[in-house]
Design a protein around this ligand. Structure first.
Ligand SMILES: [Zn+2]
Length: 158
C-alpha cells in the first residue's frame, strides 16, 4: 500500500487557514517540484459548498498563476477544506501564504462574474455549479482569520 503523506497528517491538530509545504520532489532528470496544502477552513469543522470551492478553483487557476510563476496545478481537496498546489521549483510557505492572501483579497474586492474564466458550458465540467457570491464570502473569512505560514501554530503573514 502506498504511503500517502496527507493521510498521515493529524487533521485534529492543524490550525487553518494556513499554507503548508508538504514535500519537495526531484524527478529523474533533476527537476524539482513542490507540493503545498492550502487549507482554507478547519478540517472536520467546516467545508466549502461545492459551488464555492469550484469558483475559487477557477479563480486560483488564473490569479495565483500571476503571482507564482511555475504553477503546475491547483486543485480542490475532496474534503472541500482547501486545495493542493503543485509548482515547478520551490517557494517558501511564507511566499505562498502572502501570494494567496493577495489573491483572496482581490477576489473579495475586485472580481466580478465576467472575470471568472472558464464558466461557459463548453469550458467546464459542471458550469451550473458556481457561486461567486459564496466564493467571496468564504475568501473573506480566510482573510479575516489570516493565512498562517505554519500549519500547527498561528503565524499569520501580512
Ligand atoms: Zn469548472
Amino acid at each position: 500500500m502506498a504511503e500517502v503523506e496527507s493521510f498521515t497528517l493529524n487533521h485534529d491538530i492543524v490550525k487553518a487557514p494556513y499554507v503548508r509545504l508538504i514535500a519537495e520532489e526531484t524527478g529523474l532528470k533533476g527537476d524539482v517540484i513542490a507540493n503545498y496544502d492550502l487549507r482554507f477552513v478547519q478540517p472536520n469543522q467546516q467545508e466549502m459548498p461545492t459551488g464555492v470551492i469550484h469558483t475559487i478553483e477557477h479563480l486560483l487557476a488564473d490569479l495565483l498563476r500571476d503571482e507564482l510563476p511555475g504553477i503546475i496545478d491547483c486543485s480542490p481537496f475532496g474534503c472541500r477544506t482547501g486545495f493542493h498546489l503543485i509548482t515547478w521549483g520551490v517557494y517558501s510557505s511564507t511566499e505562498v501564504a502572502k501570494s494567496l492572501t493577495k489573491v483572496l483579497t482581490k477576489i473579495v474586492n475586485d472580481i466580478e462574474w465576467e472575470d471568472v474564466q472558464g464558466t461557459a458550458r463548453q469550458n467546464c465540467g459542471n458550469y451550473r455549479d458556481h457561486s461567486l457570491v459564496g466564493a467571496k464570502e468564504w475568501c473573506r473569512q480566510v482573510i479575516e482569520q489570516g493565512v498562517s505560514d505554519d500549519a500547527f501554530k498561528r503565524q499569520v503573514v501580512e
